[in-house]
Design a protein around this ligand. Structure first.
Ligand code: GLN
Length: 465
């Protein structure tokens, strides 16, 4: 713990951290030592980790990367945080992220951008950018993240590490600051599938405080990862595994370096015994408009609680009786508080969400998007009749330069094309390092499984690693 705290201090320029509590971490490490001395065992006992700053914590401030929540201290710990603490992990601090997890580069953080340790002129991906940087720069062996439309998988891919978003409902959302509730899922980012499996086992499980928590017995993902497949041999541990390649995940526009690294990884999986089959996810492109209607719609509702009264920053601007819009003191206070507290991307999403939910537009946008969402999920089920796992790239390019997509939100939305489908369907997806592309930057391989098939993903990833 002390070694890593020193490393956190020397790597400050990477911008991964929003808060660090060294004294509390050392005390937790000593408590873990005492538990171990008393005979307790456990893979995570005494392991230093850190949490994306979107999980509320009692001991450290929680900002969700927003000025709206600057200095906010939660009266309770998120379930994921509590469970990991019970497993004996040591929390070094909270990690940078895009504001309210809205973004793909961590540049939407209200505090600072995080920088990719492989090339500090590039983004680490987002929204769990700080989590990916902290793991990739060896500041912590593992970190938590959240994934609404790719925010675990894409930063893992850009930063050369492994991350898994489990099936919707596997990890409790209690205490995870809500972005789009029907999509938000927690998961780990770590150096390997094995480390992810250990974290996920501790983080997951039914929680009566989350109405969408999956009612299933606790799962040992590490055991599932090690579980040998029927007919597997030592040389061919993946014998019989059918990997589906959706043709829409390999479009002509896919960057050649990404395509090359992903194809090379697929060839390795074939050597391990897997067979590759061609499949189709015909609505892949539609996942972008569908997601960017549903996610902002839910966000506009979830973010209404930040009004300067119940939650969030309260503006100091005094009442203006000569207000040209003739707003009441209360309305002025709301407008100033939200205007000052939220950043531009969050405001954009609130506007989009409010628009698509409003009378007269609801049927044309929101309802239509919901219908398509179901069809996208059905397309996956058709694929899973032909294969066990779906594979493809995580993102169409390697990590881009800081500022490159800064003033073009749509360019950033389009880069989410390969992660959004699994999110909309609620399916588990993971990213593992496949190789390197342009500029020596990491390229991730994405594996998507059927509902609750995290074990199959982890098994394949572990065999590959
Ligand atoms: N990039 C996507 C967005 O901006 C996904 C973010 C996420 O998964 N939290 O909404």
């Amino acid at each position: 713990t002390k070694h890593l705290l020193a490393r956190v201090a020397t790597h400050e320029q990477l911008g991964a951290w929003l808060s660090v509590n060294a004294d509390a971490a050392v005390a937790q490490a000593q408590a873990a030592d005492a538990r171990r001395a008393a005979g307790e065992q456990g893979a995570l006992l005494g392991v230093p980790i850190a949490h994306k700053d979107i999980f509320v914590t009692q001991d450290l401030p929680t900002t969700a990367g927003s000025k709206m929540l600057e200095g906010y201290l939660s009266p309770f710990d998120a379930t994921v945080v509590r469970k990991l603490a019970e497993a004996g992990t040591v929390t070094l601090g909270k990690l940078n992220c895009d504001e309210f997890a809205m973004g793909s580069s961590n540049e939407n953080s209200a505090y600072k951008p995080a920088k990719n340790p492989w090339d500090t002129s590039r983004v680490p991906g987002g929204s769990s950018g700080g989590s990916a940087v902290a793991v990739a720069a060896r500041e912590v062996p593992a970190a938590t993240g959240t994934d609404t439309g790719g925010s675990i998988r894409q930063p893992a891919s850009f930063s050369g590490i492994t991350g898994i978003k489990p099936t919707y409902g596997v990890c409790s959302r209690y205490g995870m600051i809500a972005f789009a509730s029907s999509l938000d899922q927690a998961g780990p980012l770590a150096r390997s599938a094995e480390d992810c499996a250990l974290l996920l086992s501790a983080m997951s499980g039914f929680d009566e405080r989350d109405a969408t928590s999956a009612q299933r017995p606790p799962q040992d993902f590490h055991a599932a990862m090690l579980q040998a497949r029927d007919g597997a041999t030592a040389a061919q541990p993946l014998k019989g595994l059918r990997i589906g390649l959706p043709k829409e995940f390999f479009p002509a526009a896919l960057a050649a370096d990404v395509n090359g690294a992903v194809r090379a990884a697929l060839a390795e999986l074939e050597k391990l015994g897997a067979t590759l089959v061609d499949v189709s996810l015909p609505r892949t492109e539609l996942s972008i408009p569908v997601y960017y209607i549903i996610a902002p719609a839910e966000a506009s509702s979830n973010l209404s609680r930040f009004d300067g009264v119940r939650f969030g920053h309260r503006s100091a601007v005094p009442f203006d009786p000569s207000d040209e819009k003739k707003r009441t003191a209360l309305d002025q206070m709301y407008a100033h508080s939200r205007g000052e507290g939220f950043g531009p991307e969050v405001k954009r999403r609130i506007m989009i969400g409010t628009y698509v939910l409003s009378h007269g537009y609801y049927d044309a946008y929101y309802l239509q998007a919901q219908k398509l969402r179901r069809m996208i999920a059905d397309d996956f089920q058709a694929c899973f009749r032909q294969c066990d796992v779906i594979a493809g790239p995580v993102a169409p390019t390697v990590a881009w330069k800081l500022g490159d997509k800064g003033d073009d939100p749509v360019a950033s939305y389009l880069a989410d094309i390969f992660t959004l489908p699994a999110s909309l369907a609620g399916l588990p997806g993971m990213s593992l390092p496949a190789g390197f592309g342009e500029g020596g930057m990491p390229v991730g391989l994405q594996l998507i499984g059927n509902y609750f098939q995290e074990g199959t993903l982890l098994h394949a990833a572990h065999a590959f690693q």
